[in-house]
Design a protein around this ligand. Structure first.
Ligand code: NAP
Length: 246
């Protein structure tokens, strides 16, 4: 049975991604920074008949928590097939490039960028034991430098989020460099925009469903050996091929 770790999986897109992986027959380590919330999420999945799942306390900003999660999962499995780096925060709003406080940048980068680096580095040895390892970094189309500087992009004139957007741009570059380093292996490493989705993240202002958002993410956890790596996908932005410019 294939195994997966999803960070920030106690609710919203991460929770739904965990559910869809379970439906695909995976054993899922459901990452949650609050163990209580993780256990509640597992209870919900169990009540739906999905029982190959367990809660793992993991705060992606905390070295000790990530190390403990690695040790805990390592006692249960010698192989991790899928890592979904989903945990993310938006930071304080508004986010003017001129006025945003350094602490706002620091907090958001700590989760959205360093958190992904920390978790990826902690679990890479378990992923390397998989014959078909997959890393999905949950990004956003607002992290695209090309789109953000294209006046014909429909969201060009929307408020720009200097802190959040730049954190996703940094995550994108980490994805590119990680995929490059792993290019001669069976790893597939991609950055995925789940689309503007109705969750706590945007006080439920998003227009898409968590089911569609999670399906867009899980698709790249299931990608075959002939699938893409080092790419950036947003089905919302490009319904045809999904691929968008960095
Ligand atoms: P959400 O409803 O706010 O859920 C975020 C999840 O991340 C929660 O489980 C949260 O845990 C967890 N998290 C936050 N900080 C964490 C930390 N330090 N350690 C571990 N977990 C942490 O957000 P969402 O809409 O599902 O977003 C999920 C991902 O999609 C994010 O990376 C976001 O940037 C991206 N995204 C979302 C949208 C959208 O429209 N919703 C669009 C594009 C991209 P708690 O419950 O403990 O807070």
């Amino acid at each position: 049975m294939k195994t997966a770790l999803v960070t920030g999986a106690n609710k919203s897109i991460g929770f739904e991604a965990a559910r869809q992986l379970l439906q695909q027959g995976f054993y899922v380590y459901l990452g949650s920074r609050s163990l209580v919330n993780g256990l509640k999420a597992v209870e919900q999945l169990n009540s739906e008949g999905l029982d190959k799942v367990e809660a793992i306390q993991i705060d992606v900003t905390d070295d000790e928590s990530v190390k403990a999660a690695r040790v805990g999962i390592g006692k249960k499995t010698g192989v991790l097939d899928v890592l979904i780096n989903n945990a993310g925060i938006s930071g304080e709003i508004p986010q003017s490039a001129l006025d945003s406080k350094i602490d706002n940048f620091r907090n958001v980068y700590e989760t959205n960028v360093y958190g992904v680096v920390r978790v990826t580095q902690a679990f890479i040895d378990l992923l390397q034991k998989s014959p078909e390892p997959r890393i999905v970094n949950v990004s956003s189309s607002v992290g695209s430098l090309s789109l953000q500087s294209d006046p014909t992009w429909p969201f060009y004139n929307y408020a720009k989020f200097a802190v959040y957007s730049s954190s996703k741009s940094a995550l994108n570059m980490y994805t590119v460099t990680l995929a490059y380093e792993l290019r001669d292996t069976s790893f597939k490493v991609n950055a995925i925009d789940p689309g503007y989705t109705k969750t706590d993240f945007n006080r439920h202002q998003g227009t898409g469903t968590v089911e569609d958002a999670a399906a867009r993410v899980v698709k790249y956890a299931l990608v075959g050996n002939d699938g893409p790596t080092g790419k950036y996908f947003s089905e919302e932005t490009n319904p045809e091929t999904g691929e968008i410019p960095w």
